[in-house]
Design a protein around this ligand. Structure first.
Ligand code: DX5
Ligand code: ZN
Length: 229
């Protein structure tokens, strides 16, 4: 059975009780925590810094954390988030002057390496960097806010990325972030997604266990249908 990962995006969590909320969502079945960093320049919102990540680690949160950097310049932040306990660090190519160098920096810091693609970022950006990646994250929305609607053409883009991954570097994980919910999860499984980043759809529910269990059942059902075709 293929492993799928549900990654609650804490942008939609209760910031007044962040540690508690993260622990609840992990107990309910979240596999990894998605930690959105926004700088109010690259994207029009301002969120969390490395000190918050460090506090969560000090509070015994040991689950893998994907730090999704939507900030520039990005290299100094990578050092700080790696020191603070990031497991994956994902950045957007537009935030780095020297993408190859930034990828090497993440690896050197001991973190898994992710690249984030906006809805309009051309896929040829991947051409000479795939050998350095552990993760490709495709935005289903323009980055900045949770609760936006999934852009339908991103489904096709996911299929294209999946083809590239399968033919060149099959170990790379494909992640989708933004607008993921119970209505589109099956299509996303069919498109070949491994990691489902989900913010508002999980955190707006009063019952994290129920919503995550439903999502996982949907994912597994769709996957079983595909392999039995
Ligand atoms: C958007 C962030 C996402 C966001 C997803 O820029 O990168 O991680 O929190 O939230 P939903 O699932 O509500 O679209
Ligand atoms: Zn994100």
């Amino acid at each position: 059975m293929k492993k799928f990962f549900i990654a609650p995006s804490i942008l939609s969590a209760n910031f007044a009780k962040l540690g508690e909320d993260i622990k609840s969502v992990l107990i309910a079945g979240g596999d990894l925590i998605h930690f959105d960093v926004m700088d109010n320049h690259y994207v029009p919102n301002l969120t969390l810094g490395p000190m918050v990540l460090k506090s969560l680690r000090d509070d015994n949160i040991i689950a893998p954390i994907d730090v999704h950097l939507m900030a520039r310049p990005v290299d100094d932040l990578i050092l700080k988030f790696a020191e603070s306990g990031a497991s994956f660090i994902t950045f957007h190519p537009e935030t780095s002057d020297h993408i190859d160098k930034t990828l090497n920096l993440i690896r050197k810091c001991g973190c898994k390496v992710g690249i984030g693609l906006n809805p309009s970022t051309p896929l040829n950006i991947l051409d000479y960097i795939m050998d350095k990646l552990d993760l490709i994250l495709l935005m289903g929305v323009n980055p900045g806010f949770s609760g936006q609607k999934f852009i339908p053409s991103m489904l096709n883009k996911l299929h294209h990325i999946r083809e590239k991954i399968d033919s060149l570097f099959p170990n790379i994980l494909l992640s989708v972030d933004g607008g993921v919910n119970g209505n589109n999860i099956s299509d996303l499984v069919i498109a070949g997604v491994d990691i489902f980043v989900i913010g508002s759809f999980i955190f707006s529910s009063r019952n994290y266990l129920k919503v995550i269990t439903n999502i996982r059942q949907n994912i597994n059902k769709t996957y079983n249908n595909i392999i039995n075709l």
